[in-house]
Design a binder for this molecule. Sequence first.
Ligand SMILES: Cc1cc2nc3c(=O)[nH]c(=O)nc-3n(C[C@H](O)[C@H](O)[C@H](O)COP(=O)(O)OP(=O)(O)OC[C@H]3O[C@@H](n4cnc5c(N)ncnc54)[C@H](O)[C@@H]3O)c2cc1C
Length: 320
Amino acid sequence: MLGADIGFHQTGYVVGVGPENVEALHASMADQRAVGVRTEDVDHTEVRKMWPVADLEPFGAFAWEERGGYGDAYQTAQAFAGAARRAGARLRQGTTVAAIRSAGGRVTGVELADGTTIATGHIVLAAGPWSVPLLAAHGAELPITPHREQIVLVDPGQDLGPVPVFSDLVSLQYIRSEGAGQLLFGNSDLAVLEPADPDRYSNQATASFVDIAVDKVGTRLPGLANPAISSTYAGCYDVTPDFNPVISRVDGLDGLVVAAGFSGHGYKISPAVGRLAADLVADGVSSDADIPAEDFRLSRFAEGALLTSPHPYVGAGQMR
Ligand SMILES: Cc1cc2nc3c(=O)[nH]c(=O)nc-3n(C[C@H](O)[C@H](O)[C@H](O)COP(=O)(O)OP(=O)(O)OC[C@H]3O[C@@H](n4cnc5c(N)ncnc54)[C@H](O)[C@@H]3O)c2cc1C
């Protein structure tokens, strides 16, 4: 699609839920199949073959996406940039937008930090958590909380082979392989956010978070003989009240399309995000019935009509 390597490893993707969430998982799988996602039931025996070191006893059901896996964020961004350049876009890196200019309820351009301006009738505001002040200057509120998300890398102490990405909705964690034989641990428990300044936050996990990782990985993967923490890092999620993004025109500011608030899952859905943002710029409506523009409208927050899952998981309401 992008004509470049995005570092994608097709390991497959397995989601496991406890007995209380089997119904929700199956309903979600049906919805996903309806939009073309190839997801299927697998049983404990199948998952045990994929993850022989895992304790699978607490799970009630699993979903399996053979085409799933993980990609490299940097390579993906470069691939999107290359595709944009080939389509005629001019990319200006290291160029900070200081303000969005408008007149008579319509955008007229952007003012750069060096004082120069670029005149334009169309702007896509996709600056993650930094989108908030740029829009606030025009009296529009983007309800985005920057949240510090911590990641722990584990040396499993043995060769696990090509394990699939494992989303464990029993102990709220995800584990996948990373680099040369490492495992990457992420916490899926987003019930309590850690608000952060996206310009100034610690890019390492705290000792207490490492304790959580040790506890969760140790509980789920008791078959690991000699695991050890190898490193940690952290980044920022731009979280909205319903953990879904804003991809929307803005009332009173014609010519502007916001695409922000991806709440920790903007990578996976990025092709659909690009499609909808382009549609909104071009003619204001979605060209794909499976990407309904109204779901992602900014006004849903003021209306109290949050975009929540029709099949919420017990104990993991933030999962999308
Ligand atoms: C630790 C971690 C793990 C994640 N794991 C996953 C995952 O497994 N699956 C998944 O789908 N997603 C995941 N995500 C989320 C995903 O990375 C984000 O949703 C996605 O990167 C958001 O892309 P974006 O382009 O909206 O924002 P960003 O990637 O934040 O890009 C915004 C850009 O705007 C620029 N900018 C900001 N202000 C200005 C300004 N004033 N002028 C000019 N430029 C500006 C910034 O420099 C930045 O380059 C993860 C995120 C983190 C932090």
